[in-house]
Design a protein. Structure first.
Length: 331
């Protein structure tokens, strides 16, 4: 093989692998040219292409790169992964009220009113809105009835809901965990206004005036830890093989851990034990919205909410409650 051909091979290698060590490329070059040149000659050709074979040959560089020490090794790229850690509840003991799936402006006034009144009587120390407080119907990717498209109206109603909840519970922490319906806002921004989607002013918390009502917003599908009890909205677990018997059973199959979820608009429970007779119990709580939405008139939905009594050692008792049509609360 002619030296000019070997030189062209060297140029191609340097162009294709600009960050590889010269010696490594020289070994490849020797193999490609069937030992037509020695390893040192091949290395000199590679260094010439990189512009690192002395000043005399620097102007002949075809793939110039910055000088570096012999034996230089490429470092692993920095990871952009972010830590995903649970949110710890701001109380160490006492009662926590959990409401969810109001889907404002499609909430049920009787059920929501009864739930809030019961929680006031329970003297809860913290209130958790466990997702889907707002429906975001007007920006849903699903088919929408034109007469119901009123984004600003929805926004106003949800602000009123948060203002009302703060009025009913003026002195306790209120936590708002975002559900799949609240995530519609973020996804809508990504699609329709990506340039401003990361601005803090465009965030859910800002638009809902959560700071004004002293409501903490928890996003990123983070787990809420109520002592030793993990709480999720429910959509985080996915849909695959999710509801074989009831939502609680489906959540158990996905999480394999004690957990409380919302999302499915149905009160249910599932218990199981392992080889060593350690019990796992899973709860799903009912909704506080209309029971016959346009997308699913026939269903098994029911109104409900939960009260969790938290002990100082992290233990807990869950009271999974139903709300009847007449507003009465039942276990």
């Amino acid at each position: 093989m002619a030296k000019t051909e070997v030189s062209e091979l060297a140029k191609e290698l340097c162009k294709k692998y600009p960050d590889h060590p010269a010696r490594s490329l020289a070994k490849v070059l020797v193999k490609q040219c069937n030992n037509a040149v020695t390893l040192e000659t091949a290395r000199a050709m590679i260094r010439t292409c990189f512009g690192s074979f002395g000043r005399r040959y620097r102007d002949k560089a075809t793939s110039p790169r910055k000088p570096r020490k012999p034996g230089h090794r490429i470092e692993m790229p920095k990871s952009k992964a972010e830590d995903w850690v649970p949110f710890e509840l701001p109380i160490s003991s006492g009662k926590l009220g959990i409401i969810s799936d109001m889907h404002v402006p499609f909430h049920c006034e009787v059920a929501l009113g009864s739930a809030v009144e019961h929680l006031k009587q329970e003297k809860i120390k913290c209130l958790l809105i466990n997702g889907d407080g707002m429906d975001f119907y007007s920006i849903s990717r699903w088919e929408k009835r034109p007469s119901k498209r009123d984004f600003m109206g929805e926004l106003k109603e949800c602000r009123l809901l948060l203002q009302w909840l703060r009025q009913e519970f003026p002195r306790i922490p209120i936590i708002y965990k975002l559900g799949n319906h609240e995530e519609r806002w973020e996804k809508w921004l990504w699609e329709h206004a990506p340039e401003i989607s990361e601005e803090p002013e465009m965030g859910f918390s800002t638009w809902l005036h959560c700071d004004k009502y002293k409501i903490d917003v928890i996003g990123d599908q983070r787990i809420i830890m109520v002592g030793n009890l993990p709480v999720l909205h429910g959509h985080e677990l996915g849909r695959s093989v999710f509801n074989p018997v009831n939502p609680a059973r489906g959540a158990y199959l996905r999480a394999q851990h004690t957990i409380l979820i919302s999302h499915h608009h149905q009160t249910s429970g599932h218990a199981d034990t392992n080889l060593f007779h350690h019990e796992t119990f899973v709860w799903s709580i009912g909704c506080l919205c209309e029971l016959t939405p346009s997308y699913m008139k026939v269903n098994r939905h029911n109104h409900g909410f939960a009260v969790v009594e938290l002990m100082k050692n992290g233990d807990f008792n869950v009271n999974n409650l139903r709300v009847l049509k007449n507003g009465k609360v039942r276990a």
